[in-house]
Design a protein around this ligand. Sequence first.
Ligand code: BMA
Length: 321
Amino acid sequence: MKQIPWQNKPADCKDIMWRYSENPIIGRNQIPSSNSIFNSAVVPYKNGYAGVFRCDNKAVQMNIHVGFSENAIDWNIEDSPIVMKTGNTDMIDSDYKYDPRVVFIEDRYWVTWCNGYHGPTIGIAYTYDFKEFFQCENAFLPFNRNGVLFPKKINGKYAMLSRPSDNGHTPFGDIYISYSPDMKYWGEHRCVMKATAFEDSAWQCTKIGAGPIPILTDEGWLMIYHGVINTCNGFRYAMGAAILDKNQPDKVKYRTQSYLLTPQVNYEQIGDVSNVVFPCAALHDIEEDKLAVYYGAADTVVALAFSRISEVIAFTKNNSL
Ligand code: BMA
C-alpha cells in the first residue's frame, strides 16, 4: 500500500485538522499559462497519483488540466487544458470548466466539474489513463455547482451530490443527491442538508457544498463540505464534515456545528478571492487512520491539511447540530 502524504499533528495543536507545514503545495504560477491553480482533485493512479487541476489562465479563463505526481505533493501539471472527446453524447459544449472532482468507480476514473453551458452546471467525463477524456451529457440543468460522485453505486445506481445555484455569486445553496442508472439520466433528487440558521452555526449559514468524494466508514459516508457565511467583507468559506447513512445517503446522521478549518493563515486569507478554503479531494488510509485533504486557498493556490479519520468522526458526532 503506498503512503499518502502525512505529517503528525504538531504537539501544540489543539485542532482536529492541521495544515501541511510546506503549504501551499502548488503555486499560482506553477505552469507558464496560469494565473492561479486551486480547487483541484487528486487520486491514486498506478504507482503514484494523478490529478485534475483547476487552472485559470492569464486571461482568467477557467479550465481543467491533468497532472501527475509520485508523492501527491510535488506535481507536474500540463500547461494546456484537457481536450475532451465525445463520450455518451456529441453535445460537449463548454464555455468554461472549474472545480473538478475525480473518482474511480468500477473500471474507470470519472471527472465531474462545473461546466459552462448557458451558465454553470455539472459536467461529467471519464478516462482510463488520464490521457484521453470522454465527455458525457451534463448531469443537470443549469444552474448547479459542486457535483460530487460517490465512489461506488448505491442500491445499484450511481449517486451524485450537487448544489443547485444561480448564474452569479449564489447567495444561497443546499446539498442535494441524485441517482443515475447509466451516468446519463439523473433523477430521484433528494435534499441532503441545508445551510444552517445564523444563530445555530454561522460559518455555514449562507450556503454549503460537497467537497471531496465521500469516504465510506463504519459510521456511514464521511462527507467533507464547505460552508459559507456572508460578512460585511463578502463571502468567507470554511470546511466542515457530515456523516451520511450508508444505504440512504440523503439521511444525515451527524453534522459539525463547529468548523474543521477556516481561513486563518496568509495564503488562505490573502489571494485573488480572500478568505476561502475550498476542499475538492482527499486521500485516505483507513488502516493507518490518516486523512489528507486538498483544498484551494483564496482561489489562488492548492494547500493540504491532515487529520485522523477517527478524530473527524468523533468530532462530527460530538459536535453534531
Ligand atoms: C464559488 C466557486 C469556487 C470559488 C468560490 C469562492 O462560487 O466559484 O470556485 O472557490 O466561489 O470564490
